[in-house]
Design a binder for this molecule. Sequence first.
Ligand code: DC
Length: 335
Amino acid sequence: MVVIRGATTIAVDEKEEIKRAVAELLEQIASCNGLNRDEFVSIVFSSTSDIHAYYPAKAAREAGFFSCSLFSAMEPDIEGGLKLCIRAMVFVEKNILPRHIYLRGAKILRRDLSSVYNVAIDGPAGSGKSTVANRLAADLNIVHLDTGAMYRACAVKVIDAGVDVEDEHAVVDILRAVKLDVEFIGGVQRTLVDGVDVSERIRQPHVSMAASTVSKHPTVRIHLAEKQREIAHKMSCVLDGRDIGTFVLPDADYKFFLTATPEVRARRRYDELVAKGHEIDFEALKEEIVRRDEQDTNRAVAPLKRADDAILIDTSEMSVEEVVSAIKSKMQERI
Ligand code: DC
């Protein structure tokens, strides 16, 4: 027995629309898996709680699936979940490698099944992009590439070498000799410098400003952007940074730019660092964030900037869940 998953969305909660959507989904499942209707043993449907007009199981029967057992159930109302969605689980008596089918708005549920795509999330420090990118990537079942971690890793190496982060020549010499890698273990990024995992060290407060300074140097940017493109072209990922939508991947499939007031951004960073046990002066942190914004915005190559086609989201008054949900609905509108 093989199980094939599928899902689709309807435009309106009406009987004819449900019948059309179910027939389309089952036809696609059949044709993409080389099945005829007799090979369908059983189909279990679930539909979101905003669908009342018709039973998907009845629609399947009317679409010609006479010989298999059919069943529909209603799903709980989950906040932030997809609206007007019908899901199917198809049991077939055939030894095949199943191809799962996600149509219309439901494509977003399993974008990992379609070809490689990238989501760019740019914004200043503390705008929430890293947390949001992480959550979004988990929801989409794809990788989160934290590009800031790569600049931070370079900064750590430069600091360890006792070199001035402002000295472009010296920084570039170090960069040429260093082996910088990112790995994804269980979907979580680990950042390695010469084979040593520096994922925790790069989060130390003094590394932030050093990373911003290192990232001003054009050679550093060009080198790291190339590495980021290499990863993004190989696998679907959500990339967060400052220049993803403008410089690294100007053709990214989806682009977002997150902002928040300096006060809110500083408060978020403060809470984060204090939770990790650091002793932080709030005013000094706020001032550093503003200085870092200035440096990131005013550098000559690939500065912090919203791409013309990026969707702007002010996260000052929003929870992480709200931002992720807003991004997902914008992505869904585009599919
Ligand atoms: O996102 P973050 O705070 O971890 O980034 C640290 C610094 O790295 C940031 O101040 C500027 C630089 N950076 C960059 O220039 N371009 C990126 N795509 C990501 C980070």
